[in-house]
Each structure stands twice: as C-alpha cells, then as structure tokens.
Ligand binder design. Structure first.
Ligand SMILES: NC(=O)c1ccc[n+]([C@@H]2O[C@H](COP(=O)([O-])OP(=O)(O)OC[C@H]3O[C@@H](n4cnc5c(N)ncnc54)[C@H](O)[C@@H]3O)[C@@H](O)[C@H]2O)c1
Length: 318
C-alpha cells in the first residue's frame, strides 16, 4: 500500500504538547507544511500567527496554517496530541475513557477525508490509544506509531548522563513497556560510552541503589513536572520531532516507540514501548531486545497492565 508522498504534517490537538511539537518542527525545518487543527479555533489562529512569525529565522521555510480535516487528504503524517491531559496525581491510564471517545471521532474524520499516510500518536494513555488508532483507521500497523517510551528513554539517558558525567548522546539505554507506571529500564543491554552497565555493577555493587533511584525519578518525572508547571511538553515535543525526522528522512533508525507486537517478547496484538526501526514507510520492524529473566517478567507485567485496561474496549467487537 502506498504512503502519501511529500512531507505535510497535520497536527490535531495544539495544547501544550502539540504546540511544543509544532515549535520543534518549525525550528528544525522538518516539514514544508504544518496544518494545525484544534477545537479551540481562536487559540489555534494565535498559535499559527505566532509560529509563522518565527519562520524567517528557521533553517528552512515551513508553511504553517490553521487546518481542517480536508488537509488530511494529502498529508504524509497526522500527529495526534488532542484530548485530556493528566491532572496532578492522575495516572495516564485514568484518561482512557475520555480520550478513547475523542479518538474515535478524530480518526473517523481523518480517514473520511482520504488520509493515506502515517499516524503518530502522543495522547495518553499512548499505547492504548495507538492500538485504538490502528483499529479505528484500518491502516496497516506499520503506519500507526505511538510515541511510546521515547520520552521516558530520553529522561533516563539524560539522568544517567548527569550521573556518569557524559553527554546523554553517549548513554545507550532503553525504557520499554507501557508509557506509564509499569514501564521498565533494560539494564542488561545498557552501556555508558561503550562500557556495559552490567560490568560497572559487577565492579561496584553499590551502583545498584543509585540506578534504581535514577529509574524511579525517570518513571515519576511526569508527576513532578505536572505538579510544578501543569504539564510536560518540551521533552515530548522534541521526541515527536525526532520521530518525524526519522520518517521523513527515511533514517532506518532505532527509536523507542509504541509498536504492534507480533510475537516479539512472546506477545501479540498489543502496542507497547519497544525499540523499532523507523523509516519513510513507518515502522520497518520491531527490535526485540534480549531481556534477562527479571526484565522479561517486568515486561510481561506491563503487557498485563495494558491488557487489563484495553481488552474491555474491544471485547464486544467494537
Ligand atoms: N506521549 C507522551 O510522552 C506524552 C507526554 C506529555 C503529554 N502527553 C499527553 O498528550 C495529551 C495532550 O497534553 P497537553 O498537555 O497538550 O493537553 P492540553 O489540554 O494542553 O491540550 C489538549 C488539546 O487538545 C484539544 N482538543 C481536545 N479535544 C479535541 C478534539 N476533539 N479535536 C481537536 N482538538 C481537541 C484541546 O482544545 C487542547 O488544545 C494528553 O493526553 C497528555 O497526557 C503525552
């Protein structure tokens, strides 16, 4: 099946996350045309004007417009950031009822306008809503991608980099599983500037508690940021821009996204955070990390957590 050519993006939902993504897109010159749709039309008009006033200083021209669903017909990518966000103390999974309804109507409208590109989903609970987007749209799974653990992985790499005093670019470690409370770090294959974390742990067993604390701060960072400023936006905005660049530049790069499992890690029919190779057609393949026994057990629990919330929505053949 063909994927729309060109690099037009339709962003649906321009709240804190959507606008941070739009700003990153324009700043990095990733697409030619960005059309923004939000039910708050006045705010969208303001955002469109404001973003256009920065274009002259960007590395290349991006045409930013207030969009309608008709824009989806020739869009290469539709990015979904619409819906309710976590309130202080609320978990991502608690958002599911509200956002599932919003998604049904949005995805139906996108498809009714002849969309033939790739979906990228950020709204929470992201794994469950990416699965829903796949089901509602009828598109092949490789063309429906969730932001998954891209943000959690970035947070983990940043914090490990601070601890070991190296750039996060020299930290190679993934967070996998649900983008949420049941996620897990994959320490078995993590390395800092080429030296395996396992090896460092053997030499210095006290590191174990430090690593655990870094992971807990990674996992719970959203709660801390939401308490402090009401939402998290810049980190995910840049993560979404990174995935967009991987798609439009056909990069074949491994990124931790929410992808459909088809037997990998012993599971199928579930979207969950895992590294996957991303190219111009979407997800080329899921990368199945070699988890140790403890990690595999945690991953299975994360799958079970998602299934518990997700399965009731699809039991009646919805
Ligand atoms: N995946 C991640 O890593 C990650 C990180 C941060 C936030 N999020 C999620 O992203 C979502 C958005 O967060 P936010 O902070 O931007 O929230 P927000 O409330 O600031 O923005 C949501 C926007 O969606 C719009 N909207 C609502 N219903 C709509 C519809 N039917 N059509 C078009 N627009 C609609 C609203 O008008 C609003 O502008 C939340 O679900 C949040 O939990 C995900």
């Amino acid at each position: 099946m063909k994927v729309s050519a060109g690099n037009k993006v339709v962003l649906i939902g321009a709240g804190d996350v959507g606008v941070a993504y739009a700003y990153a897109l324009v700043n990095q010159g990733i697409c030619d045309h960005l059309a923004i749709i939000d039910i708050d039309e006045r705010k969208t008009e303001g955002n469109v004007m404001d973003l256009n006033h920065g274009v002259v200083w960007a590395p290349s021209r991006t045409k930013v417009t207030r969009g309608t669903y008709a824009d989806c017909e020739d869009a290469a990518l539709v990015v979904l950031c619409a819906g309710a966000a976590q309130k202080p103390g609320e978990t991502r999974l608690q958002l599911v009822d509200k956002n599932m309804k919003i998604f049904k109507s949005i995805v139906d409208d996108v498809m009714a306008n002849g969309f033939d590109g790739i979906f990228l989903v950020a709204t929470n609970p992201v794994d469950i809503l990416t699965y829903a987007t796949w089901k509602f749209s009828g598109l092949p799974a490789h063309r429906v991608i969730g932001s998954g653990t891209v943000l959690d992985t970035a947070r983990f790499r940043y914090m490990l980099g601070e601890y070991f005093e190296v750039s996060p670019m020299s930290v190679h470690a993934y967070i996998v599983g649900e983008h949420g409370d049941s996620e897990l770090p994959v320490l078995s294959s993590a390395n800092i500037a080429g030296v395996g974390l396992r090896r460092r742990l053997e030499k210095n067993p006290e590191l174990h508690d430090e690593l655990e604390a870094i992971f807990v701060r990674t996992r719970d960072a959203a709660y801390e940021i939401i308490d402090a400023k009401g939402s998290t936006s810049y980190g995910i905005g840049m993560g979404l821009a990174r995935i967009t660049r991987a798609i439009f530049q056909n990069q074949e790069v491994a990124l931790p996204v929410s992808a459909l499992l088809r037997g990998e890690y012993g599971h199928e029919d579930i979207y969950i955070g895992t590294p996957a190779i991303v190219n111009r057609k979407g997800i080329r393949r899921v990368v199945e990390l070699e988890l140790d026994d403890y990690e595999a057990e945690q991953f299975n629990k994360s799958v079970a957590t998602l299934r518990e919330i997700q399965d009731p929505f699809w039991k009646d053949g919805e």
